[in-house]
Design a protein around this ligand. Structure first.
Ligand SMILES: *[C@@H]1O[C@H](CO)[C@@H](O)[C@H](O)[C@H]1NC(C)=O
Ligand SMILES: *[C@@H]1O[C@H](CO)[C@@H](O)[C@H](O)[C@H]1NC(C)=O
Length: 342
């Protein structure tokens, strides 16, 4: 699966491990990523309120994402914030972000309730249709970022799913991606509170789930929301370790977006270490150059050293254990299948 999901560029770069070339490769990766056109899959991305030229739908495209509006959700966000206990309104510090207040809210802490954004949550999405929603969620996010040259890559459980079969693990209820601090800044400045229309054609599977007729065209709306604490690169009290979210406005399901920034303490030892705000650190060479691949049928990027990253986070067994969370890996179908109790 490694080779089938890891196209040609792996070979091209295998011999280039010297320090000086690394910088060049990183730059090249970024350029290639920005030039890369969406694969002939189920989608393409489109913005329609500012003549965004990057968004030509592919001839084969069966779906597209249109930028729909800007600050429509601002008021709701404020309301949610206001509902947070915030002690005194009169801050005794120069930083308007302190004392820290949690920005993203979920309807509850339990496994069942923690995977939704409160603003768009109505009731938990059951097991059967949840994968359909997650697939559209990640496809729309990847299509949007590709077409806007926002460099992003798969992370955590989503990356583990890619490693096994290029797909979401069916027991997952949310998705994780990472971006560099620079890209995060771009999202904050250019795209915060933008809603997108994602237009797609219903699949056979969706017809089976009773979600409509195969071939019918449907529209889903997604919101890109950036945490105002994004530029505060320390953990603080841990309430804002997620820097941004891509949210399904129909049910509140989301992709967690976290930024990595390089630790620049001049101690020597920490240089070349890229960290999020929740104790995950990566060496420059573990992440870059990114590998171009596919996830859920859409163009995607993964870190250079996927196995190293996954082993550090989940242990070596995560790459070989074929029975997990009530599912087993079916090699014939190349997918995780729910293990029925006898
Ligand atoms: C994004 O927009 C929301 C709503 O207006 C706002 O509360 C938040 O601070 C913004 N985020 C950033 C990074 O500016
Ligand atoms: C992250 O990006 C912001 C905005 O570009 C910048 O001010 C800040 O220094 C960066 N932080 C780190 C740790 O790179």
């Amino acid at each position: 699966m490694w080779s089938s999901l890891t196209p040609a560029r792996r070979q091209a770069t295998t011999t280039s491990w010297r320090d000086r070339l690394l910088t060049l490769l990183m730059a090249l990766t970024l350029i290639l990523s920005s030039l890369a056109s969406p694969l002939p899959i189920e989608g393409a991305v489109k913005a329609n309120n500012n003549n965004d030229a990057v968004s030509q739908p592919q001839a084969q495209a069966k779906a597209e994402v249109r930028q729909f509006s800007a600050p429509a959700q601002a008021q709701e966000a404020e309301t949610t914030n206001a509902a947070t206990p915030d002690g005194t309104t009169d801050t005794n510090t120069d930083d308007p972000l302190l004392p820290e207040r949690k920005y993203f809210h979920e309807p509850g802490w339990t496994e069942e309730l923690s995977h939704y954004d409160t603003r768009f949550f109505t009731s938990p999405v059951p097991y059967d249709p949840h994968l359909v929603h997650l697939r559209h969620l990640i496809r729309s996010y990847l299509l949007m970022t590709s077409s806007r040259s926002l460099t992003t890559w798969l992370a955590h459980g989503t990356l583990l799913g890619w490693y096994w079969n290029g797909a979401i693990m069916p027991w997952d209820y949310d998705l994780d991606v990472q971006v560099s601090n620079t890209t995060l800044g771009e999202m904050a400045r250019e795209w915060n509170q933008t809603t997108f229309d994602y237009v797609y054609t219903l699949s056979e599977e969706e017809e089976k789930e009773g979600l409509g007729k195969q071939g019918d065209v449907n529209v889903k709306k997604y919101l890109l929301d950036v945490n105002p604490y994004w530029a505060q690169r320390t953990r603080l009290e841990g309430m804002n370790v997620i820097d941004a979210r891509w949210i399904d406005m129909e049910n509140g399901m989301y992709v967690d977006i976290t930024g990595l920034s390089e630790d620049r303490e001049e101690t020597g030892t920490r240089q070349g270490v890229w960290s999020d705000k929740n104790y995950h650190g990566y060496g420059t060479r573990q992440i870059w150059p990114l590998r171009r691949t596919e996830f859920e049928g859409v163009e995607a990027w993964v870190p250079w050293d996927v196995e190293g990253v996954l082993k550090e986070e989940y242990g070596a067994r995560s790459l070989t254990e074929e029975s997990w969370a009530g599912h087993h890996f079916d090699h014939g179908r190349k997918q995780w299948v729910k293990t029925e109790l006898a």
